[in-house]
Ligand binder design. Structure first.
Ligand SMILES: [Zn+2]
Ligand SMILES: [Zn+2]
Ligand SMILES: [Zn+2]
Length: 154
């Protein structure tokens, strides 16, 4: 994956490509394309597939850059839709977003891989809820916790 992808998305969203930003986006691309054991992440499953990383992992991989700066960049990238934040038992993790449209995630509890998915049937259920509830529905999230193809094969 090319380093410039996240940089380009930041730039297009109006951010200046400072040196810390460039270092952090490079680290993010490394972390999100590699398994912890260094293997490329399930390449055969296609490009809609990305590895997750924790914010602490990112902080320790870029020791020259301040914590606050790293967290700010993570928030910027989430805001512009380049990263998705996923809640897990072990805390929130981040992953590359492959779709700028509203989507949901399949998350592998074993290796931490993520795939973006669209669930039209689920959206219909959400619409039903929204029309039957008195509350004002703002948004929704769905993470499906699974074991990926690679992990079930092992
Ligand atoms: Zn996503
Ligand atoms: Zn897996
Ligand atoms: Zn949805």
């Amino acid at each position: 994956m090319s380093q410039n992808l996240l940089d380009k998305e930041l730039y297009n969203a109006g951010f200046t490509l400072t040196k810390p930003r460039k270092i952090v986006t490079k680290k993010i691309l490394e972390l999100s394309s590699n398994h912890l054991d260094g293997d490329l992440c399930c390449e055969s499953e296609g490009i809609d597939h990305s590895h997750t990383f924790g914010s602490e992992e990112l902080v320790s991989s870029a020791p020259d850059i301040g914590r606050a700066t790293i967290f700010r960049i993570l928030r910027n990238l989430s805001d512009i839709g380049s990263l998705c934040k996923i809640e897990t038992d072990g805390g929130a993790v981040y992953t590359r977003s492959t779709s700028s449209r509203h989507h949901h995630h399949l998350f592998c509890v074993k290796c931490g891989c993520v795939t973006d998915r669209h669930f039209p049937a689920f959206e219909k259920i959400m619409k039903n809820i929204s029309s039957t509830e008195d509350w004002n529905l703002i948004s929704h999230q769905l993470v499906v916790y699974m074991e990926c193809l690679n992990c079930t094969k092992k």
